[in-house]
Design a protein. Structure first.
Length: 133
């Protein structure tokens, strides 16, 4: 992931803050109407380095370009990881949008997640959380 050596820090991420972050929420729906929500919480330093490398240009702040790149990157990560539980073949992407950290924390502490991983790339942290309905 991110073309960086990535290690799992916790298999039970509990929503703790790990710095300035961008949160992307993806909603997938099956033909039967089942929904899977996936949240990626990406540390800004990781995002800026990754998007800078992708575009081959230095980026110092999160702007609309970076936010759009995060949405695309999150979708690619989700589809890559999702192949392990047949996400692409059984579900279609219904929505993909960036939410605030506060909105994420509200959802995280109210709803139960099936999986919640915290990973470290050495450049920054990111969390991958899945909730199915």
């Amino acid at each position: 992931v991110f073309r960086l050596q990535t290690e799992i820090v916790s298999e039970h991420y509990s929503g703790e803050d790990f710095g300035e972050s961008i949160v992307d929420r993806l909603v997938y729906r099956s033909k039967e109407g089942k929904t899977i929500q996936i949240f990626l919480v990406l540390e800004e330093t990781l995002v800026l380095q990754t998007v800078s490398a992708m575009l081959d240009m230095p980026l110092k702040k999160v702007d609309k370009l970076v936010t759009n790149a995060v949405r695309e990157l999150s979708q690619n990560i989700t589809e890559h990881i999702g192949t392990h539980f047949h996400l692409p073949s059984h579900y279609h992407l219904e929505s993909n949008h960036v939410i605030t950290a506060e909105q994420f924390h509200e959802k995280f502490h109210v709803e139960n997640f099936d999986y919640s991983l915290l990973l470290n790339t050495g450049t920054g942290y990111f969390a991958f959380c899945i909730r199915s309905e």
